[in-house]
Ligand binder design. Sequence first.
Ligand code: ADP
Ligand code: ZN
Length: 435
Amino acid sequence: MSQNYYQKEIETMSAEEMKKLQSEKLVKQVKHVYENVPYYRNLMDEKGVKPEDIKGIDDLHKLPFLTKADLRDAYPYGLLAKPLEDCVRIHSTSGTTGKRVVAFYTQNDVDLWEDCCARAITTAGGTKKDVCQVAYGYGLFTGGMGLHGGSHKIGCLTLPMSSGNTERQIQFMTDLGATILCCTPSYAAYIGESLKEQGYKPEDIPLKAGIFGAEPWTEEMRKGIEKTLGIKAYDIYGLTETTGPGVAFECSEQTGMHVNEDHFYAEIIDPDTGEVLPEGSKGELVFTSLDKEAFPLLRYRTRDICVLSRKKCSCGRTLVKMAKPMGRTDDMLIIRGVNVFPSQIETVLLNEGYEPNYQIVVDRVNNNDTFEVNVEMTAEKFTDKLSDIIAMEKSLANAMKVMLGINPSVHLVAPKSIARSEGKAVRVIDKRKLI
Ligand code: ADP
Ligand code: ZN
């Protein structure tokens, strides 16, 4: 049975009503966690906070933070708030930053999560008439199962492809007329590239929309994917610790993602001091899950850097919007003392007419950081004239210097020599950590 997943009464709720709803949920949630999670109870006791001190959202700042280190300390069951027999699912992070964490779900938690994904697909124009190709990885990673569940809830005809086997993705997409594609943006770019190589023009491709997330991607990359696939590309955000994709989703305005605030309360903090920053400030995103039963994290520090905004949105939703995360505190590279995000490099490449196929290699030689960027030559720009290659490398290095303030050494490499990603792209090789 399908249902309408534009939940107007929630998605356009006034700020005061939303705060009231969140406050009621928070009071209950803090009690639930305090009573059932000794690990967090200890953190609260150490801070001298009792559940009675939390009367609403305005008291949230009194609660201690949880970090990824806490999740690892408490692995596997230490943050579980329900008996294991009430849980029906486990997922795990994709381990982008090294160590995995596991999260537990009751049936209610799965339902809530799928509702969030259904909102995202609906907002991208999905209805029961659509064919939704889910090419995020299935399994422990949350991407596949999350969007799959959302697609089912709406009643879309769901193609549970998982990631990989690009030939088959293309065959099913074209034979079965997929209208919505869900995958990582780097995989969407790869599928687009493969379609182009096979001679497909955007108008030959049945897709109308894409829901791409799970990794940072730039506005320039969005434009590229939209052009190749002939679609509108929507961003989606989430993390395993809070459920998975669908914590926030993009609307037609494409200026940030609406947070499903009725389920997740978002704060921006100064990552150094922990101080809560006012709306519009850039800082670390912190989430409190207001409804989750099995794995309800309070004030979880995501390490994602972004900005929240309550500016009026043309879609009519009042849900707070988060900007595209610029990267994580832990994938920000510090090279010769300068902060460098891979997304900045990507912006330069796309502005200069290259594809987002690159790899950053950082090393330390004689106490000095070396900074190399390998960039794939595109078919259009291809030349084997050495002087032209050197000039192109120099011009790219200059453009990066303007963006970053430091000078990389740029190497143009042969088309197709950098491995394509079917999941989250690996952009950085930091050899300094291995020393
Ligand atoms: P891992 O931490 O191993 O990558 P997850 O698969 O749970 O585990 O990934 C969650 C993280 O992925 C987020 O914290 C964020 O850094 C990144 N992410 C998810 N969606 C987006 C998005 N739309 N834009 C940028 N980054 C995203
Ligand atoms: Zn909107």
